[in-house]
Design a protein around this ligand. Structure first.
Ligand SMILES: [Zn+2]
Length: 322
């Protein structure tokens, strides 16, 4: 027993080191049930040309294993992929990171995190934004990838649904907005998704701050919406370009790269249209590799940026600058 727990202890420290996290935190006794180490600092800044990117940590979902999680992979295969990436295998580690871009003094946020209304181990965005010295009232634009809880609940106050960012213009693909708010949509959703559909429909149409984008357009200077459907009907990535540098904010296209890097063909239960999600994933990662750009994702290991390379029939993700 002693040996076993010692092994786990060492793995956890190694995992922290691999992510560039503070080893002291990995050694600190857990204050709650969370097993994954927290980043030593909940924000991280890097540059894409002249654009400053701040990655803000919202938290983590330690997702229990579930045979329905990946439609075309077993729990054992999932565990093997996590182990190969140096991640804990007794749960699926799903971290959540939000990025804020400073484009010539203009603050543009991508998605809004969970607002403490998703998993009890998430909801740290506001505190980490404050620690990074970012005033939420100064965020002028929020680019929204899709309407899943971990990406939009941070827009709405718990209980009242009041707007958390009333000064921000909310930019989303018309495909996403129109699908979720189509008359009769809530009735057509599977039961577990109905409360989400109801919340979207009772709040968003009354807000006058949405700007719907048709197709792939520039949504801010140097930032372009990239259509990546499948995860949801209007799921979008955002391409950032400044000088000779590029960053693809992939959002949920590659979800947890330890799983979908080596197995881009895996279809998550969270992918609404599995085959289309696979097609979008391959197309986006192939582009990222061909154009040698940096990539980040909402559920990549914090701080989330790195690069992809081809590896057999799949890909391998390496954290750090491209
Ligand atoms: Zn997500």
């Amino acid at each position: 027993m002693l040996n076993l727990s010692r092994r786990k202890f060492v793995m956890s420290a190694a995992f922290a080191a691999a992510l560039g996290l503070d080893r002291r935190l990995a050694f600190a006794p857990a204050a709650h049930a969370q097993k994954a180490p927290e980043p030593a600092q909940g924000f991280h800044r890097y540059k894409v040309g002249s654009i400053e990117v701040t990655a803000l940590y919202d938290g983590v979902w330690e997702k229990p294993h579930d045979p329905a999680f990946i439609k075309n992979a077993s729990v054992e295969e999932t565990k093997a992929a996590l182990g190969k990436a140096g991640l804990p295998t007794d749960f699926v580690s799903v971290p959540l990171t939000v990025v804020v871009l400073n484009v010539g003094g203009r603050l543009i946020m991508v998605d809004a995190g969970s607002g403490g209304q998703w998993q009890p181990t998430a909801g740290k965005l506001a505190a980490n934004m404050k620690a990074a010295g970012i005033d939420p009232a100064k965020i002028g634009t929020i680019l929204i990838s899709h309407f899943h809880p971990d990406h939009i609940f941070g827009l709405m106050e718990k209980g009242t649904n009041a707007s958390v960012f009333p000064n921000a213009e909310l930019v989303v693909s018309a495909a996403e907005y129109n699908w979720w708010t189509e008359p009769g949509r809530v009735e057509k959703l599977p039961d577990p998704r109905k409360p989400l559909g109801q919340r979207i429909n009772s709040v968003f149409p009354a807000w006058k701050t949405f700007r719907l984008v048709e197709g792939e357009k520039e949504v801010a200077p140097g930032v372009r919406l990239v259509s990546a459907p499948g995860h949801t009907p209007g799921h979008a990535a955002f391409h950032v370009s400044s000088g000779s540098q590029q960053l693809m904010i992939s959002n949920d296209t590659a979800y947890v790269p330890a799983l979908l890097g080596p197995h881009p063909e895996w279809q998550g239960a969270y992918d609404q249209d599995g085959p289309l999600a696979v097609e979008s994933r391959r197309k986006l990662i192939d582009r990222v590799i061909a154009e040698k750009m940096m990539v980040c994702g909402a559920h990549f290991p914090f701080p989330g940026a790195g690069s992809f390379a081809k590896d057999g029939s799949g890909y391998v993700f390496t954290p750090g600058k491209a």
